[in-house]
Design a protein around this ligand. Structure first.
Ligand code: IMP
Length: 196
């Protein structure tokens, strides 16, 4: 069970999990609405989403919690990335609020990173969930570039790139992204039986 209602994430997980031989169903296919994300950390939110979906479906569940940390904004929007411009805000409103907040920030001070934590639980009360983590360093652009991807992709350029993530082919994104890193880290932790 993939515990997200975010269409951009569902699409990315389909591309990331397919080659690993995993099939999943998205929680909306079971009529499961997302729970309230009231954790203070990516770990807490990923775990609560995974446990919630596992409890309702009876299936093992995987959830990611992710977001953008901007140094000049003290780490905001962080865990609040999906609702930066208010509860129920869309990608465009969030992105515009970010550009506005960054308007007077110098080029040298525009560092930011995407973070992703993925949690996997075998059942709702799994005592040892498996986590995977990833971070993708870059900077906030002054205007949106490109139409691909989702969320803040048009205003984030990874280190060493002049293109925004919205201009990267999806396979290039997955090879570098916080979500791709987190999934590979999760698989390594799972196979290694690493303490989480
Ligand atoms: P949540 O994990 O459901 O709380 O939402 C994470 C939010 O972070 C998304 O709604 C996006 O706004 C942003 N985000 C996470 N990953 C990405 C990404 O790969 N590209 C662009 N925005 C992202």
């Amino acid at each position: 069970m993939l515990a997200t209602g975010n269409a951009g994430k569902i699409c990315e997980f389909a591309e990331l999990l397919g080659p690993l031989g995993f099939e999943f169903v998205a929680q909306a296919e079971f009529g499961i609405e997302p729970p309230e994300e009231n954790g203070d950390t990516f770990e807490a939110n990923a775990l609560l989403k995974a446990r919630y979906a596992a409890a309702r479906s009876g299936l093992p569940a995987l959830a990611d919690d992710s977001g953008l940390e901007v140094d000049a904004l003290g780490g905001a929007p962080g865990v609040r990335s999906a609702r930066y411009a208010g509860e129920g805000a869309g990608d465009l409103a969030n992105l515009q609020k970010l550009l506005h907040a960054m308007q007077s920030v110098d080029d040298a001070a525009r560092a930011a990173r995407f973070r992703c934590v993925i949690a996997l639980v075998r059942d709702a009360n799994d005592p040892s969930p498996i986590f995977g983590r990833g971070a993708w360093e870059g900077r906030i652009l002054r205007a949106p570039l490109g139409a691909g991807g989702f969320g803040y992709d048009p205003v984030f350029a990874p280190d060493g790139e002049s293109r925004s993530v919205a201009k990267l082919p999806s396979l290039e994104k997955h090879a570098q992204s916080h979500r791709g890193q987190a999934l590979r880290n999760l698989v390594a932790n799972w196979r290694g039986g690493v303490a989480r």
